[in-house]
Write a protein that binds this ligand. Structure first.
Ligand code: MV4
Length: 448
């Protein structure tokens, strides 16, 4: 097992990783920008190294600085968390070339899934259902038109280097197509330095359902069920839950088995998430995430599996501590992302937190790096905590969530916490009857 892990991240996820390390007897090294000297991840770690000025490009994305910190502290592994360098294949290679372990999949798998065209081809060949679309990249407008006529409209033009909703253009009919391809290509070239685009049939009102997998170096692959992440605004998830209110037990087992078989044939290692759009009772693959995700705790709550512990053990060459047969899905869990933002306008609200009182009690987990008196810096994402509530059934969880949100006190800044109390009053949400555009429609309605 590793003796010392460098955590190349900040905020609540850096704490989450630190906690797993300490339970495994592993020492931790925090890295931080000059804006994060007083951050909780720095205060809790065994050692810390300042890696640069506030801007992420010069600190949390500064590979030479991070590698120097690993070298001077004698860390034997690097955990990238989510965001920042977590899906950077080159970074994973550099870590390995310095003789350290990268706690994540191989650079080749990160690269394969980072390109949405190669990802789609790989998982399709491995038996996962994908959204009908062009087999590969679109070369010219005539080419696009021919493929589009075969597929039918509406269509989405997507960037191969995109993902997370960036670089997509909708073509409702033939008249929109050439423009959509040209705009998507230009925007992708400017944003990612790669103008490669492809076509997909546009699904109008799907749910976003993702399947968690974990694979070790002994050929063991286990799926841990799905998370429903349909409640989102501008490609930012707001609330996630497991199991999905839309799936039956049979559907869960079926998609889980398909995914496990595919992940096994691809030879993937570590934790990963297969993202699907779900519409009309069918699953359509869109992307694979090769990192630990923000919403991993909902899966932990319903399965009892410590995903970060297993992830670290796998990177150290150990086998999974359980098999598929050992996995039992118990009850229901919902995660609310508490952002330092106005609950209606979503305008960021950094600044000093005067009082911070987390809720507690049975089935309540609050993953946060905030403390009373802490100043939230304006340089990074606005996630200040995740409230995760677990219970025997969805009705119990909704009641527990209400109780927990009423207990939570954060003063000095605005947070998105009140938004969730309003959501809990919505019949559609109470019934679990929502899709990826539901929240934006609901928010627009509230304004008028
Ligand atoms: C789609 C789609 C509809 N049809 N693909 C946006 C994020 C990126 N991961 C993929 N996205 C979408 N791809 C087809 N063929 C609709 C979306 C989409 C979306 C997907 C998941 C969660 C939220 C979303 C919000 C808007 C659009």
């Amino acid at each position: 097992m590793f003796e010392k892990v460098l955590i190349a991240n900040r905020g609540e996820i850096a704490l989450r990783i630190h906690r797993a390390c300490h339970e495994m007897g592993i020492a931790t090294v925090a890295v931080h920008s000059t804006a994060d000297r007083d951050a909780k991840h720095v205060l809790l770690a065994d050692e810390s190294v300042c890696i640069g000025p506030p801007a992420a490009a010069q600190s949390y994305l500064n590979v030479p600085s991070i590698m120097a910190a690993a070298e001077i502290t004698g860390a034997d592994a690097v955990h990238p968390g989510y965001g920042f360098l977590s899906e950077n294949a080159r970074f994973a290679e550099i870590v390995q070339s310095h003789g350290l372990s990268f706690i994540g999949p191989s650079p080749d798998h990160i690269r394969l899934m980072g390109d949405k065209i190669t990802a789609k081809k790989a998982v399709k060949d491995a038996g996962i259902p994908v959204v009908p679309g062009s087999e590969g990249e679109i070369n010219d407008p005539e080419d696009a038109m021919q493929i589009a006529r075969d597929l039918g409209f509406p269509l989405l033009v997507k960037a191969a280097s995109g993902g997370g909703g960036r670089g997509m253009k909708l073509a409702r009919s033939e008249g929109d197509l050439v423009q959509a391809v040209q705009t998507a290509r230009a925007e992708a070239a400017a944003a990612f330095g790669d103008g490669t685009v492809y076509l997909e049939r546009y699904l109008e009102q799907p749910r976003h359902i993702e399947v968690q997998v974990i694979a070790d170096s002994f050929g063991n692959v286990v799926h841990l069920g799905e998370r429903d992440c349909s409640l989102q605004r501008r490609n930012q998830k707001i609330l996630e839950e497991a199991p999905s209110p839309a799936l039956s037990e049979d559907q869960r087992e079926e998609i889980g088995t398909v995914v496990s078989t595919a992940i096994s044939s691809i030879g993937y290692l570590g934790v990963g998430t297969i993202e699907f759009l779900y519409e009309g009772g069918e699953f359509f693959f869109i992307e694979m995430n090769t990192r630990l995700q923000v919403e991993h705790p909902v899966t932990e709550m319903i399965t009892g599996v410590d995903l970060v512990r297993e992830q670290i053990a796998i990177a150290a060459g150990e086998p999974l501590s359980f098999t598929q047969e050992d996995v039992r899905f118990r009850g229901c869990a919902i995660e609310c992302r508490i952002n330092a933002e106005h609950p209606r306008t979503f305008v960021p609200s950094p600044g000093k937190v005067r009082e911070f009182h987390p809720p507690g009690g049975l089935g309540v987990r609050l993953d946060s790096a905030v403390y009373s008196g802490y100043s939230i810096p304006p340089y990074y994402d606005s996630l200040i905590g995740k409230l995760i509530v677990h219970g025997a059934c969805r009705e119990d969880v909704l009641r527990r969530l209400k109780r927990s949100l009423e207990e939570l006190v954060v003063t000095g800044i605005e947070t998105t916490s009140p938004l969730f109390l309003d959501l809990l009053n919505e019949p559609d949400f109470q019934r679990g009857d929502y899709h990826i555009h539901w929240l934006e429609h609901w928010l627009a309605q509230q304004d008028s």
